[in-house]
Design a protein around this ligand. Structure first.
Ligand SMILES: NC(=O)c1ccc[n+]([C@@H]2O[C@H](COP(=O)([O-])OP(=O)(O)OC[C@H]3O[C@@H](n4cnc5c(N)ncnc54)[C@H](OP(=O)(O)O)[C@@H]3O)[C@@H](O)[C@H]2O)c1
Length: 259
């Protein structure tokens, strides 16, 4: 199958392209780097010609409220219109567990808009809701700094390795469209502030992490179970300590907002 990976140069996208290629598929990485821009439409029709599946694992370069909303709305509209013309039979998108519970956040309002466009389109689809990536823990600290300290709520958290995210997305991409949401998560539960503290310690990052019941997550108030998936989630196998030992602080981190 020809499978186009939008955002194929990113953290998840690059792993996904490798996995699909290893399975014998024609996996095509598409992003501005390779001349495909979903915001402007540049190169999109050519990239999608003959594709059976499109997987969107792109992300907005800026997480400022209006920029991120414009990114996900415009790029998703362009993608779905071009997919319809090309006869693509399955649109897969990567989103976040709890997105519908996080509408106080500008970033998550943009993900909600992306999902609604997909659900309202005529293309059969699967939306994968993943928990936070281990690679994003430092980025989470970066967006949670108040007065030089990292403020995070002491709520449940079930993050996962980017490698396991890519495996799960690959499996959804080669399967039939579910026309709904598939949840994926990590094999263990933690508390947000505890795990970010452990990650920063491993990175020898001296910032103090404060357990703060009023701290926001990406601009939204959250409660005990906002970030954890339901009982039917597919769980990755990589445990945090194993990932930490493998990474030894050297593997790429998911980007924190440019805004
Ligand atoms: N971080 C988390 O913990 C988490 C958890 C669950 C779900 N997610 C979701 O996972 C997805 C992927 O995240 P990631 O960390 O893998 O992203 P990433 O590493 O930041 O990669 C973003 C990708 O988007 C591409 N891109 C940017 N602008 C584009 C445009 N105009 N047209 C086409 N492609 C464009 C980039 O291409 P260039 O390299 O060419 O610029 C890059 O390949 C996001 O949608 C995010 O919401 C994240």
């Amino acid at each position: 199958m020809k499978i186009v990976v939008i955002g194929g140069s990113g953290l998840i996208g690059s792993k996904l392209v490798n996995k699909l290629s290893e399975q014998g598929h024609q996996a095509v990485a598409a992003s501005p780097d390779s001349g495909v821009n979903t915001l402007t439409g540049q190169g999109l029709a050519e990239a999608l010609r003959g594709a059976s599946v499109v997987v969107d694992v792109s992300n907005s370069p800026s997480w400022e409220d209006s920029a991120v909303l414009n990114f996900f709305e415009t790029s998703t509209r362009n993608l779905l219109t071009t997919e319809e013309a090309a006869g693509v039979g399955h649109h897969v998108a990567l989103s976040v567990v709890g997105t519908d519970r996080l509408s106080e956040s500008g970033y998550f309002r943009a993900k909600i808009a992306q999902e609604k466009l997909i659900q309202d389109s005529s293309i059969p689809y699967s939306i994968v809701h993943a928990t936070q990536f281990f690679e994003f823990l430092k980025g989470l600290a970066d967006i949670s700094v108040v007065g030089g300290k990292v403020h995070l709520p002491h709520v449940l958290f079930q993050p996962m390795a980017a490698e396991d995210v890519a495996s799960a997305v690959a499996s959804v991409a080669v399967g039939p469209p579910v026309n709904g949401i598939v949840e994926i998560g990590g094999p263990e539960q933690f508390r947000v502030d505890d795990l970010v503290r452990r990650r920063l310690a491993a990175l020898k990052d001296p910032r103090e992490v404060i357990a703060d019941p009023n701290a926001l997550y990406s601009g939204a108030k959250i409660s005990e179970r906002t970030l954890v998936p339901g009982n039917n989630a597919r769980l990755g196998s990589t445990r945090f300590e194993t990932w930490l030992a493998q990474s030894a602080g050297k593997i790429p981190t998911a980007k924190s907002p440019a805004a």
